[in-house]
Design a protein around this ligand. Structure first.
Ligand code: F6P
Length: 402
């Protein structure tokens, strides 16, 4: 009979709401008679030198609203189990055995792993090895297909929206073009949502091919309407018109290439082509820091509590997820199988197009709503042609710079 004890760790890049998950799990665990250990620095805390702290009411009080993670985290090192989309890297069996030994020695009834797609791929390997894990999804990118939203996303969007609000006033005052580069590695959710919330004129996404011609045309059209400024939001993972992703280098010890720099390239090209004063802001890790929004606190708290439920019910290998309006769970294996990318025919893109927001593609002049010829009603019909399934399903890893 195992002790009534469980473990929790936060792995991968941080995001607002991690502490809310920890607090939710600690409170739920204690209420059900479990003690809970928090492993430090992600999965690293599970192996020599094993490092953990008992999580108590005292050391978790007041953390609900705090950004970051009190347990620390890392997205590089021995447990970096994914190099790119669909590229699983199998972990060293010696490492797995060490993790198993730690869990057995500490008599953990279950281990809660909070992480994004890479960290959940590690958790899945733990599960396959026989370690009793459950997963909690996190990422500001919101790119996990098994959950409608990941916590951290709403906070990142709030941060990017605030930046766009600020850029608007200075863009208008100086009659400039402003380019805001936001995070979003494989998916443009942050750019899309912040772009709509912040009233951007152009949104450039990894999911939609765009051209400088269409982008510049939008700027000129606005000038013809008397608007002598333009605000553009671009996702770091968007590809240039020639298909290249823009990387700022390789982070030491990290398997994934570090993205960044597309905003500067776009701004430079606008100046070169149109001779309009253009400025760029790279929002970077501001999006990952700071207090979580109320939405993220609620989601993260529920995830923490439900992860404890999964352990109590011995439903290992499962990941909690949000299927509005309920929190439920799915096998981790299923959750890491595919990424959630922006639906280019979805209602958010359609609404943006209806407002005249440009995605830098050649479809711009066409309003997306057309009359239903049978009923005469206005209906939401995309004039975007057939879904470009081949392009959409193309593995992103193939597009990453070698
Ligand atoms: O996956 C989340 C994310 O914030 C991406 O949007 C971004 O490319 C990456 O993490 C940055 O990671 P790092 O903290 O290693 O720079």
């Amino acid at each position: 009979m195992k002790r009534k004890r469980l473990g929790i760790l936060t792995a991968g890049g941080d995001c607002p709401g991690l502490n809310a998950v920890i607090r939710g799990a600690v409170k739920a665990a204690h209420r059900h008679g479990y003690e809970i250990f928090g492993f430090l620095r992600g999965f690293e805390g599970l192996v020599e030198p094993v490092t953990y702290i008992p999580l108590t009411a005292r050391n978790t009080t007041g953390i609900l609203s705090q950004g970051g993670t009190i347990l620390g985290t890392t997205n590089k090192g021995r447990f970096a189990a994914r190099a790119g989309v669909d590229q699983r890297v199998d972990l060293d069996p010696v490492l797995m055995a060490e993790v198993q030994a730690t869990c057995e020695q500490l008599e953990l009834a279950g281990l809660i792993c909070v992480g994004g797609d890479g960290s959940l791929t590690v958790a899945q390997q733990f599960f396959e090895w026989g370690i009793p894990v459950v997963g909690v999804p996190k990422t500001i990118d919101n790119d996990l297909s098994a959950t409608a939203f990941t916590f951290g996303f709403d906070s990142a969007v709030a941060c990017a929206t605030d930046a766009l609000d600020r850029l608007h006033t200075t863009a208008a005052s100086h009659e400039r073009v402003m380019v805001l580069e936001v995070m979003g590695r494989h998916a443009g959710w942050i750019a899309l949502y912040a772009g709509i919330a912040g009233g951007s004129d152009v949104i450039l996404l990894p999911e939609i091919d765009w051209t400088y011609e269409a982008l510049c045309r939008k700027i000129l059209e606005r000038e013809q309407e008397g608007k002598r400024f333009t605000v553009i939001v671009v996702a770091e993972g968007a590809t240039l018109p020639d298909g290249r992703m823009v990387a700022s280098g390789n982070a030491a010890g990290c398997r994934q290439v570090r993205l960044g720099g597309i905003g500067t390239i776009v701004a430079g090209e606008i100046e070169r082509r149109l001779h309009r004063e253009t400025r760029v802001v790279v929002l970077g890790h501001l999006q990952r820091g700071g207090a979580p929004t109320a939405f993220d606190r609620v989601l993260a708290t529920q995830f923490g509590a439900h992860a404890v439920r999964l352990v109590i019910q011995r439903r290992f290998g499962q990941m909690v997820c949000y299927r509005p309006p309920e929190i439920t769970s799915v096998p981790i294996a299923e959750a890491v199988r595919s990424l959630s990318r922006v639906d280019v025919h979805g209602s958010a893109v359609q609404a943006a197009r209806a407002l005249g927001i440009s995605f830098g593609d050649e479809l711009d002049p066409t309003p997306p709503f057309q009359e239903d010829v049978q009923t005469g009603d206005m209906s939401l019909m995309a004039l975007c042609g057939e879904p470009e399934t081949e392009r959409e399903s193309m593995a992103l890893s193939a597009r990453e710079p070698k």
